[in-house]
Design a protein around this ligand. Structure first.
Ligand SMILES: [Zn+2]
Length: 257
């Protein structure tokens, strides 16, 4: 009798567990789908037949390497987008100002360059706001572009981008040369030259390793990349210009306040 009662209790517990597992599983997979669907919509490149690409440089401004990149861009009449780290922009405001004055676009790459896996919504808000304020103080403009550190995106990062009216900009994966790991310059240039297609967003880094670094494989490779693009009829435009080409939508570049 006692055993039968125990069996019934166990059976009931099992049924309750199965019931909750059944109703919770579709919910969690729905939530995953929704994040995956949102991630799939993020900008990695744009669809266009026009020979246009966006070169992007992350993690600067760097006091020596960024000016070298700016000189090369000027030589080839190319425009680029610089996703700056707030604390570097604060340290090297003249370099950021020159970048802006020479017609390049500035994007937000957070203040402390912390990988977003554990970041809280509050911390990310502070990081984005602080960097926006520094960019505004130096250039007088507000950026609508945000590149999450390492390209890592979760719900907090995507929600915060929306709340701050920012477009998340990733990059064309097939052209990712991981130049921050200092591969040979000819690896960087040949991978990009062989794989480039109209509408691609190319990720490179102007800040690499240390402040007193005077050369980088990226700078060395850039001249070959720019020469190839020019010779083959590619125009190097800013990310907003590339987005406009694809969506015919003007970017929100100016602070409405
Ligand atoms: Zn970065």
């Amino acid at each position: 009798m006692k055993n039968t009662f125990l069996m019934r209790v166990l059976l009931c517990l099992c049924l309750i567990c199965i019931y909750f597992a059944a109703i919770l599983t579709p919910l969690s997979s729905f939530a995953d789908d929704s994040i995956a669907q949102r991630k799939a919509k993020l900008t990695r490149e744009v669809q266009t037949k026009k020979k246009m690409v966006a070169l992007t440089f992350d993690d600067g401004p760097h006091p020596i390497l960024t000016p070298k990149i700016l000189d090369l861009l000027k030589k080839y009449h190319a425009k680029a987008t610089f996703f700056v780290v707030g604390n570097k922009a604060e340290q090297f405001p003249d370099v950021l100002l020159r970048t802006y004055q020479e017609g390049h676009e500035i994007g937000n790459h957070t203040y402390d360059h912390i990988l977003g896996k554990q970041i809280t919504a509050d911390r990310l808000q502070t990081e984005l706001e602080h960097t926006d304020q520094i960019i505004k103080k130096i250039t007088g403009t507000r950026t609508s572009l945000y590149r999450p550190v390492g390209g890592y995106c979760n719900a907090i990062i995507m929600d915060k981008a929306e709340e701050n009216q920012k477009t998340i900009i990733l990059w064309s994966w097939h052209l990712d040369v991981r130049d921050w790991q200092l591969p040979p310059a000819n690896y960087i240039s040949s991978k990009i030259i062989q794989g480039v297609q109209p509408g691609n967003i190319i990720l490179l880094h102007d800040w690499i390793s240390m402040e007193n670094r005077t050369s980088s494989p990226t700078v060395e490779a850039l001249e070959h990349i720019l020469a190839y693009l020019k010779k083959n009829g590619y125009e190097c435009v800013t990310v907003s210009e590339l987005l406009f080409e694809a969506q015919k939508k003007l970017p929100n570049l100016f602070d409405p306040k």
